[in-house]
Write a protein that binds this ligand. Structure first.
Ligand code: AMP
Length: 193
C-alpha cells in the first residue's frame, strides 16, 4: 500500500503515520526526518539543506526526490510506504508519479489532515512552552516567525496538491482537529474502504 499524508506543519502527520506504520506494517517515510538525520550526520545533503530548513523554506526538489527514490527501494519498504511531508509541491508529486511508475507501484490514497492555521499556531505555542519548561532548546524551525513562513510556503506550494490528487480521484479528507485517537479512527475508516 502506498499512502501520502498531506497537511500543514504541525497537523499531526508524523504521529498518525507512526500509528498506521505499526498497525499495517507499512514504513513511514518522513523527508523532514531524513533531512534532520542528514544534518545530524553532517552529510553533504544535510549541509545543503540546513539554511533552507532553518528559514522554513523547501529544500531543493532534486535533493529530496533523490533521497526518496533511494529510500523506497530499501527492502523495508516492500510492504508499502506512508509518505509524510512528501511531496511538498507539484514538481515533487510529478516526480513521485514517474518514480512509482518506473517501480511498477501505484498510490492507493492521499489522506489530507485538515487543520486551521489558528489551531496550528496554538499547538506550536504549546510545544514551545513545553520544550522551554523541560529546559530544552527550541528547534529553529519551531520558532513563531518561522512557523508563519512555513504556513505561507504550505499554502503557496503544497496546498495545490489537494486539487492535484482530487483530480486523480485519490484524495480523502480527514478532520485533523479532532482528538488524536479520533483522527486515527478516521484514517482507519479510509483504509478499510
Ligand atoms: P517537516 O519535518 O516535514 O516539517 O520538514 C522540516 C523541513 O524540512 C521543512 O520545513 C523543509 O525545509 C524540509 N523538507 C521536508 N520535506 C521536504 C520536501 N518534501 N521538500 C522540500 N523540503 C522538505
Amino acid at each position: 500500500m502506498m499512502l501520502i499524508f498531506l497537511g500543514p506543519p504541525g497537523a499531526g502527520k508524523g504521529t498518525q503515520a507512526k500509528r498506521v506504520e505499526e498497525r499495517h506494517g507499512l514504513r513511514q517515510l518522513s523527508t523532514g526526518d531524513m533531512l534532520r538525520a542528514a544534518r545530524a550526520a553532517g552529510t553533504k545533503i544535510g549541509l545543503e539543506a540546513k539554511a533552507f530548513m532553518d528559514r522554513g523554506d523547501l529544500v531543493p526538489d532534486r535533493v529530496v526526490i533523490g533521497a526518496v527514490e533511494e529510500r523506497i527501494q530499501n527492502p523495508d519498504c516492500a510492504r508499502g510506504v506512508i509518505f509524510d511531508g512528501f511531496p511538498r509541491n507539484v514538481a515533487q508529486a510529478e516526480a513521485l508519479d514517474a518514480m512509482l511508475a518506473r517501480l511498477g507501484k501505484k498510490l492507493n490514497a492521499v489522506i489530507q489532515l485538515k487543520v486551521d492555521d489558528a489551531v496550528l499556531v496554538a499547538r506550536q505555542a504549546n510545544r514551545v512552552k513545553e520544550t522551554l519548561a523541560a529546559g530544552q532548546a527550541v528547534r529553529e524551525d519551531d520558532k513563531p516567525e518561522v512557523l508563519e513562513h512555513r504556513l505561507k510556503v504550505y499554502h503557496g506550494q503544497t496546498a495545490p496538491l489537494i486539487a492535484y490528487y482530487q483530480e486523480r480521484g485519490l484524495l480523502r479528507v480527514v478532520d485533523g482537529m479532532a482528538a488524536i485517537d479520533a483522527v486515527t479512527e478516521s484514517i482507519e475508516a479510509v483504509l478499510r474502504k
